[in-house]
Design a protein around this ligand. Structure first.
Ligand SMILES: NC(=O)C1=CN([C@@H]2O[C@H](COP(=O)(O)OP(=O)(O)OC[C@H]3O[C@@H](n4cnc5c(N)ncnc54)[C@H](OP(=O)(O)O)[C@@H]3O)[C@@H](O)[C@H]2O)C=CC1
Ligand SMILES: O=C([O-])CC(=O)C(=O)O
Length: 262
């Protein structure tokens, strides 16, 4: 099946996804246009309103942030189009999480994004055999400062010569407090089907040159450990450069020419 794809957002991830689709980089997927707030200088495809995108596309790809997921999810899925979300943290929000089972007829899919191993962890969780799942994310310290932090907290994060723990808690709070930095946690919690068993630690490291996601999980079925060291995007140090390619892989998995491993 050929997919007609509209991309929402034209930042670091959206622009790369749209450019690759426009050059035919994903077999069986064609870019019909992009939905933006502000017109970019060199858009990868025709600019569309969401309504126009829904007329033209059967697959919408969100690359614009958690608020946008809430804005578009009902319109896309009720039209029967599929929605791939990059801002996976939105799935843990009370506005969306409890409704996931009743949305449609379009399908909602979350990309694995900046991490991997979720297929195996989902399999282990399916067996009922995972007791604990932990993710420790380390990013360059200044990228973790947020507007809601006190000046003292911002200073603690940016001035420390050593790595500092910026957050420790559960996935829902992580996705709410760091909506553009901990979507991977929501993807992990969604894969294992639990927010209760997942714990999160976010670390700011002044000397980090890579973004590190250390995922460990354990139970009767086995012990698992994945260490992912991503190169941050040069344009947006909060985002790992591989994420756009993960979104493209997720799109590829929805085409008639899906990769043998997706
Ligand atoms: N799952 C994962 O592993 C990861 C997920 N993410 C998620 O992906 C999102 C995008 O990341 P990234 O590309 O690096 O971020 P950027 O800030 O580079 O780009 C975000 C883009 O979204 C646009 N946008 C915001 N609101 C709207 C709207 N209402 N309609 C259309 N466009 C809009 C912005 O436009 P404008 O220029 O007008 O502000 C901007 O161009 C992040 O916010 C995060 O939620 C990021 C990294 C990893
Ligand atoms: O890009 C990353 O490494 C992770 C990230 O920002 C997110 O999960 O939102």
């Amino acid at each position: 099946m050929n997919r007609r794809v509209a991309v929402v957002g034209h930042g670091v991830i959206g622009a790369r996804v749209a450019e690759e689709l426009a050059r035919g980089g994903v077999d069986g997927a064609e870019l019909v246009g992009i939905v933006v707030r502000h017109a970019p200088d060199t858009p990868a495809g025709p600019l569309l309103t969401l309504e126009q995108a829904l007329d033209a596309a059967d697959l919408v790809v969100e690359c614009a942030g958690q608020p946008v997921v809430h804005e578009i999810v009902d319109a896309v899925l009720s039209r029967g189009s599929d929605l791939v979300v990059t801002s996976v943290g939105a799935l843990l929000d009370d506005r969306l999480g409890p409704r996931l089972g009743s949305l449609g007829p379009g399908r909602l899919l979350a990309t694995h994004g900046a991490v991997g191993g979720l297929d195996l962890l989902a399999s282990a969780a399916r067996s009922g055999g995972l007791d604990t799942v932990h993710v420790r994310t380390t990013k360059k310290a200044p990228a973790l400062v947020r507007d809601w932090m006190s000046a003292a907290e911002a200073e603690r994060i940016t001035q420390s010569p050593e790595p500092v723990t910026v957050f420790s808690g559960g996935p829902s709070e992580a996705a709410r407090l760091f909506p553009d930095s901990l979507n991977v946690v929501a993807a992990l919690a969604t894969a294992v089907g639990s927010t209760d068993r997942v714990t999160v630690e976010l670390v700011g490291d002044p000397s980090a040159t890579r973004t590190t996601h250390e995922i460990t999980a354990s139970g009767d079925i086995g012990d698992y450990s994945f260490v992912i060291r991503n190169t941050p995007s040069a344009q947006n140090p909060r985002t790992s450069a591989v994420t756009a390619w993960s979104v493209l892989q997720t799109i590829a998995s929805l085409t008639g020419r899906a990769p043998l491993i997706a």
